[in-house]
Design a protein around this ligand. Structure first.
Ligand code: C2E
Ligand code: MG
Ligand code: MG
Ligand code: MG
Length: 284
């Protein structure tokens, strides 16, 4: 608070802080309740082959089904889930549910269309000892081959360069699971880690895709990321593709995969099979 601020202003500021704290505590206790009651569900967004528009995989995105407030998206609760540690039981459920679901899809769909499942994992989950075993057990229980699982880890959260995380990622990758760097371009200031670390996929953050159509420079940036990835043998997924121009430019730049509202918003589990069978998943 600025020096010389009036008494009233100071009181308002304190009341504001107080409200914020109360809100956070309320959110935390509601989230605790939701974890115990299992009030979560997953939506799945197709990851498509950009030239053809065919789905190759799905990203599992958690939602909180609040009894009064309806469906709440993760940007409103992931942070509190991480701080409180509730991300651990929640993340465990997400992994198991996503694998159960993809196991079913892979039973139903013809082998050529069998999709993979991409699951977001928070750094906090990696720090929990036994995460690798948790993944191994979930794969064994559901019968999903490791090649059909991709784990996404946000780049900004890797900045701390925690060796333990990289060791675990290496073990998971040895098992055949693929590792993706999520929101690529927003975290690391150096690109060197791409060469030396156990990584298979980079997901270019939506902000780059948004800017790409604005001019030569942002486009050169995306183009540079795509060729860098190619030269390192990494696959690229472009996030947040909202219109046909984004897609055309990305195809021209040689970006193989993408996801975004142009193809589909995240879908409920039963909507996915219908989407897979519908013509728009084949040609957009
Ligand atoms: P993310 O992994 O980068 O996921 C992409 C987000 O962008 C999703 O938001 C998705 O619905 C949204 N999106 C996809 N296509 C478009 C598009 O064309 N335009 C726009 N404007 N948005 C698009 P969502 O579902 O709200 O998830 C937000 C973030 O929450 C995720 O970002 C991820 O970091 C985190 N998250 C989601 N599920 C989980 C989870 O199960 N565990 C953990 N640890 N984090 C999760
Ligand atoms: Mg993600
Ligand atoms: Mg992302
Ligand atoms: Mg994100």
């Amino acid at each position: 608070v600025a020096k010389g601020a009036g008494k009233n202003q100071w009181r308002r500021y304190q009341a504001h802080l107080h409200n914020e704290m109360v809100e956070r505590l309320e959110l935390r206790s509601a989230l605790d309740h939701a974890v115990n009651e299992g009030h979560f569900l997953l939506h799945y967004q197709p990851i498509v082959d950009l030239p053809s528009g065919t789905a190759v995989g799905f990203e599992a995105l958690v939602r909180w089904h609040h009894p009064k407030r309806g469906v709440i998206t993760p940007d409103q609760f992931i942070e509190v889930a991480e701080e409180s540690g509730l991300i651990l039981p929640m993340g465990r459920w997400v992994l198991e549910e996503a694998l159960r679901t993809v196991a079913e899809w892979r039973r139903i769909l013809p082998p050529g269309q069998a999709p993979y499942m991409s699951v977001n994992v928070s750094v906090r989950q990696f720090r929990e000892s036994g995460f690798v075993d948790q993944v191994r057990t979930a794969l064994a229980h559901t019968g999903v081959p490791p090649e059909a699982l991709m784990l996404e880890i946000t780049e900004t959260l890797l900045v701390k360069d925690d060796e333990r995380i990289w060791t675990d990622l290496g073990v998971l990758r040895e098992m055949g699971i693929r590792i993706a760097i999520d929101d690529f371009g927003t975290g690391y200031s150096s690109l060197g880690y791409l060469r030396s670390r156990p990584i298979d996929v980079i997901k270019i953050d939506k902000t780059f895709i948004d800017d790409m159509v604005l001019g030569q420079q942002p486009m050169a940036l995306v183009s540079g990321i795509v060729s860098l990835a190619q030269s390192l043998g990494l696959t690229v997924v472009a996030e947040g593709i909202e219109d046909a121009t984004h897609r055309e430019v990305l195809v021209r730049l040689g970006c193989p995969l993408g996801q975004g509202f142009l193809f589909s918003s995240p879908l409920g589990p039963t909507e996915v099979l219908a989407w897979m069978r519908s013509p728009q998943s084949i040609a957009v």
